[in-house]
Design a protein around this ligand. Structure first.
Ligand SMILES: Cc1ncc(COP(=O)(O)O)c(C=O)c1O
Length: 372
């Protein structure tokens, strides 16, 4: 990474560890050496070899995983496969990722279903307070609940287990948007017992961009198809997701390199470092700049990111979040996102293994200048 840059946005897109980049480059060379061999004959074999360690990493059965290129595609695969009827409700909350909100709206428009978006007001007191907002909005018409495992603008970790447990035996199914989860929190998808789970590996697992998966509970696999329908239509979940047309397989094939690298560092160590740093950075921003915390200060609702609410003064000063973000980048060389959210501006810091306390101290000084 550019050493002059203070990079606090690993949550959007992170840089690849060198060994993972080299593994992907090696895959590209291997594929170029005989494309028919690696895309045509041995593609399934190579994907099976990657699914095994990935399944161990996220706690599931290899055949319950379908590869996609990003979490948006995984969410779309589920939403566009399920049948909804007029009057059905697709439930989410106002912390939902906008691309996912749009996919829900699209599907609702097509089917006559309705998107219900419940507010979870900030600051969030605790998990019960947040999850009860969703639970209280479930009606006999709720068909699908789309809930983030870790939210994007507000950077909150939601206890999705509470929702999954609450809807057992009802008509409502749960799609977890786990875009930020693998490599950020421990996952055990089999134990979690959601109906559908979509996740990125390009964020916190540090696999190449283009690597993501959708997990589908076995009883629903016959109903879920990739966004791209290809030769294997109706030949089963695994076959359909394994062949979605000709594509560059180097990202999926390099997932195991990222997992090995993660293993060498120690998953617990990485997760612990990132969570502690995010919790500390959250405390620092609130203590030094008198920002209001959005969630408990003990970090119990954080993973490896934290968001704080910026004072209204900064909205008047910069007019748009983009302008403030650009100022921090141009003048201070700090890459940090500012999200408009329900008329407020939220600044989100990420805590990855390449981050250190000095990065957040630099941000505090830069924000102090903005506030002066
Ligand atoms: C919560 C959430 N869902 C979905 C996505 C979409 O991820 P992608 O752009 O990789 O599809 C993101 C991206 O940051 C996200 O934060």
């Amino acid at each position: 990474m550019d050493p002059k840059l203070t990079f606090l946005n690993h949550g959007s897109f992170g840089s690849l560890p060198r060994v993972v980049r080299q593994a992907q480059e090696a895959w590209r060379v291997r594929i170029e050496s005989n494309p028919i061999e690696w895309i045509g004959r041995r593609n399934i074999e190579s994907l099976v070899a990657v699914k095994k360690p990935l399944a161990r990493f996220v706690g599931c059965q290899p055949n319950d995983l379908g590869f996609v290129t990003n979490a948006t595609e995984g969410v779309n695969a589920v939403l566009r496969s399920l049948r909804f009827e007029s009057g059905d409700e697709l439930l989410t909350c106002d912390h939902v990722y906008n691309a996912v909100r749009q996919a829900m709206k699209f599907r609702a428009q097509e089917t006559g279903a309705r998107v219900v978006e419940v507010p979870i007001a900030l600051p969030v007191r605790d998990q019960d307070h947040a999850m009860n907002c969703i639970l209280n909005a479930i009606t006999p018409r709720t068909r699908l609940i789309v809930i983030d495992h870790i939210t994007s603008p507000t950077a909150l970790r939601f206890d999705v287990q509470k929702i999954i447990d609450a809807v057992k035996g009802t008509r409502a199914h749960v799609l977890v948007d786990g875009a930020h989860a693998p490599g950020a929190i421990q996952l055990s998808l089999d134990t979690l017992g959601a109906h559908f789970y979509a996740a990125n590996l390009h964020k916190w697992t540090m696999a190449p961009r283009g690597s993501a998966f959708v997990w589908v509970a076995p009883q629903f696999q016959k109903d879920v198809h990739p966004c791209v329908i290809s030769h294997e239509f109706a030949n089963g979940f695994t076959a359909e997701f394994d062949w979605q047309g000709t594509r560059d397989l180097s990202a999926w094939n390099s997932i195991d390199a990222a997992l090995e690298w993660f293993d060498e560092l120690g998953a617990e160590r990485v997760l612990g470092h990132n969570h502690q740093l995010a919790t500390w950075a959250h405390q620092l921003l609130c203590a030094e700049l008198s920002f209001e915390p959005l969630s408990p200060m003990d970090g119990s609702m954080l993973s490896c990111m934290a968001s704080v609410r910026l004072p209204a003064f900064l909205q008047h000063k910069f007019q748009t979040p983009e302008a403030m973000q650009e100022h921090l980048l141009d003048v201070e060389r700090i890459e940090v996102p500012i999200f408009p959210w329900n008329q407020q501006w939220l600044l989100r810091v990420s805590a990855a293994i390449h981050n250190a306390p000095a990065h957040y101290e630099r941000l505090v000084e830069a924000l102090r200048k903005c506030l002066a």
